[in-house]
Design a protein around this ligand. Structure first.
Ligand SMILES: Cc1ncc(COP(=O)(O)O)c(C=O)c1O
Length: 323
């Protein structure tokens, strides 16, 4: 397989362990992969994608990286943090909607010294227009900007989660366990796509379920990213949207705390002393609980939950502010 080069920005492998109390309470064998501990800033899934994307940026001689997300974007914050490690300036072009002020990821962005610009829109088309405008301005001034789309969810970034899947199955072998299903959040699709491809390559029949945090067409987005990443790796894999398993379990909408998410966050904190967030991982674990309650995760299945980070948004979005 062709493995593209990457930078070493995070701390890998991340821990993977059984959740003993949660397994007892929910009546299934539940493991967790701690990608909330990827070792840059407050941790999270984007570090794996950025190792590939920022290698590419450096290779192309970039001196600025532009990316985008919501006002409290974990991805944008981690892009700024990773850029600091390699001496490239980050410009974060964020949607104005969402929680503003010196809280959560916006406070961290300030500490990181990131150049944050807001666009007053609900549409990523408008945001990308503004990113292109800023990039043109930088080029005219003799700079070399590199653009990372929302969530770093392009085929090259997706390869980071193929690596994560490889890590998971290697660790499972070492711990002598068989993982039947992985459950992960789907926000822009790259994490899920990498896990799907990785499970096909290394997972010996392991299923992957994505819990969507908004109403985007994740079956299509994810299938496209799986196929794109497979092409980069030279893997003989092709999937269709119908092959992608998505659970829509996000309540009132993106970044709107849900009753089920709050229940999951509280249970995880009180049983395991681990912290989930109201935008991504709380809803994803609520989805996992739903799959157990409805029997889709069977009694003899071993399920692995990917903790993809997001802790900082807990200090901006109150999980009890249920919509
Ligand atoms: C904490 C957290 N978990 C999960 C996701 C979803 O990952 P992806 O965008 O690759 O679908 C994101 C970003 O969107 C995130 O910030």
């Amino acid at each position: 397989m062709n493995r593209p080069n990457k930078l070493h920005l995070g701390q890998f492998p991340t821990p993977m362990h059984r959740l003993d109390n949660m397994s007892r309470v929910l009546g299934r064998n539940i493991y967790i992969k701690r990608d909330d501990m990827t070792g840059v800033s407050t941790g999270g899934n984007k570090v794996r994608k950025l190792e590939y994307l920022l290698y590419d940026a450096k290779e192309k001689g970039a001196d600025y990286v532009l990316t985008t997300g919501g006002a409290q974007s974990n991805h944008a914050m981690l892009t700024a943090a990773c850029c600091n490690k390699i001496g490239i300036k980050a410009i974060l072009v964020l949607k104005q909607r969402g929680v503003q002020g010196r809280v959560g990821n916006l406070l961290i962005n300030e500490l990181l010294g990131a150049d944050v610009r807001f666009v007053d829109t609900d549409s990523y088309d408008d945001v990308y227009k503004e990113m292109d405008r800023i990039a043109d301005e930088l080029r005219a001034a003799g700079h070399n900007p590199y653009l990372v789309p929302v969530g770093g969810s392009v085929p090259l970034g997706t390869v980071g989660y193929v690596d994560c899947a490889r890590e998971i199955f290697a660790e499972a072998l070492e711990q002598d366990i068989k993982i039947n299903r992985i459950v992960s959040t789907a926000g822009s699709g790259g994490t899920l796509a990498g896990l799907v491809l990785g499970a096909m390559l290394y997972g010996d029949g392991c299923k992957v379920t994505g819990v969507a945090v908004c109403d985007d067409p994740f079956e299509e987005i994810t299938a496209e990213l799986v196929n794109g990443a497979a092409e980069i790796l030279g893997a003989d894999v092709h999937v269709e949207p119908k092959d992608i398993d998505i659970l829509r379990y996000y309540g009132a909408g993106y970044a709107q705390p849900s009753k089920e998410g709050l229940e999951a966050i509280t249970l995880m904190a009180q049983q395991e002393g681990l912290i989930l967030d109201p935008v991504y991982t709380g809803k994803a674990f609520a989805g996992l609980m739903h799959l157990i309650r409805t029997g889709k995760i069977g009694e003899n299945e071993t399920v692995l939950f990917l903790h993809s980070g997001g802790t900082a948004s807990l200090f901006a979005v109150d999980p009890k502010d249920v919509k």
